[in-house]
Design a protein around this ligand. Structure first.
Ligand code: SF4
Ligand code: SF4
Ligand code: SF4
Length: 246
C-alpha cells in the first residue's frame, strides 16, 4: 500500500501549496510512490488517516486549534511547510496589536462575527515531526524530504547559514554595497536566491541552530542600524522568536 499523504491549509497565502503543485516534473514519479488523499487546492477527496500530513499556514483562529488537534490524531507524521507554518511568519505581525484593535480596524461593526487569536506556528499547538521552512518552500527541498521519508530515513535539516550558499554562488556581500542582510544567522537551503537575484536576505527561513546573534547585531549596528531597526528587520518573518533580539 502506498503511503497516504494529505496537505492542509491554515492562515496563509497558500503559496507553499502552489509550490507543491509546481513540481510538475517530479510529481508523476512521486505519485507512483505515494497516494495524495486530501489536498483542497488540488482535489475534492477526503480521508480519515494520513501517513504524512503537510500543514501550510499558521494557526490564527480559535477554530484552527481544534482542527489541528484532529489532524494530529489522524496523522502518523505532521510536517509544517513554509514559514507561516514553521515560524508563524508574516501572520505574527498582527501580534503587535490587541485582537480587538485588529478586528475593529478590519471589520468595523462586523468584528464580532470574526474569530481571531494571536498567530502562532503549528508546533505551538501540536507536536510536529519535521519542518520545511521558506517563504515559499523550495521545491527541491520538498521533493528531497519526501524522498527521504519514503526511503525510511529521518530527513536532513539544512543548518548552514545563508552566507555559505551565498559564497558558493559567487555573490559579492551586500554589506560591501552599503546594504544589510540577515544571511549570517538565517537557515540556508534556498541557495541564497534573494541575494543572487539582487536583493538581501530577510530571514524567511528562520534562525540557524545556535545563531551568533551578538555578532549579527554588531555588523548591523556597524552598518548604521539602531537596535529598533534591527528588531523590525527581523520581525518580518520571525516575530514569534523576536525575544532573541531584545
Ligand atoms: S510561507 Fe510565504 S508563501 Fe508560504 S504560505 Fe506563508 S506567506 Fe505564503
Ligand atoms: S550578502 Fe548576506 S548572505 Fe551573502 S555573504 Fe553577505 S551577509 Fe551573507
Ligand atoms: S535569501 Fe533569505 S529571505 Fe531569501 S529565500 Fe533565502 S532565507 Fe529567505
Amino acid at each position: 500500500m502506498k503511503p497516504k499523504v494529505a496537505v492542509f491549509d491554515f492562515t496563509c497565502c497558500e503559496g507553499c501549496e502552489l509550490q507543491i503543485l509546481n513540481c510538475e516534473e517530479e510529481l508523476p514519479e512521486l505519485l507512483s510512490a505515494l497516494e495524495i488523499v486530501e489536498f483542497r487546492e488540488a482535489m475534492t477527496g477526503k480521508a480519515s488517516y494520513y501517513d504524512i500530513a503537510f500543514i501550510d499556514g499558521a494557526c490564527s483562529r480559535q477554530s484552527e486549534i481544534a482542527r489541528l488537534k484532529d489532524i494530529r490524531k489522524r496523522a502518523k507524521m505532521v510536517i509544517p511547510i513554509g514559514t507561516c507554518a514553521c515560524l508563524g511568519g508574516v501572520n505574527c505581525l498582527k501580534n503587535n496589536y490587541t485582537m480587538d484593535e485588529l478586528l475593529r480596524s478590519e471589520y468595523g461593526e462586523s468584528a464580532k462575527y470574526h474569530d481571531t487569536i494571536p498567530a502562532r506556528p503549528i508546533s505551538a499547538v501540536i507536536p510536529v515531526d519535521f519542518y520545511i521552512p521558506g517563504c515559499p518552500i523550495v521545491k527541491k527541498e520538498f521533493i528531497r524530504v519526501v524522498q527521504e521519508i519514503l526511503a525510511g530515513r529521518i530527513p536532513h535539516q539544512y543548518n548552514n547559514p545563508v552566507c555559505a550558499e551565498c559564497k558558493m554562488a559567487g555573490n559579492v556581500c551586500v554589506f560591501d554595497k552599503g546594504m544589510t542582510c540577515l544571511g549570517p544567522v538565517t537557515r540556508g537551503g534556498c541557495e541564497a536566491t534573494c541575494i543572487t537575484g539582487g536583493g538581501v536576505c530577510w530571514g524567511c527561513r528562520g534562525l540557524v541552530d545556535e545563531p551568533n546573534i551578538n555578532s549579527e547585531k554588531l555588523i548591523l549596528e556597524q552598518a548604521g542600524l539602531s537596535v529598533e531597526d534591527i528588531v523590525k528587520k527581523f520581525d518580518l518573518f520571525n516575530i514569534y522568536q523576536e525575544h532573541v533580539w531584545k
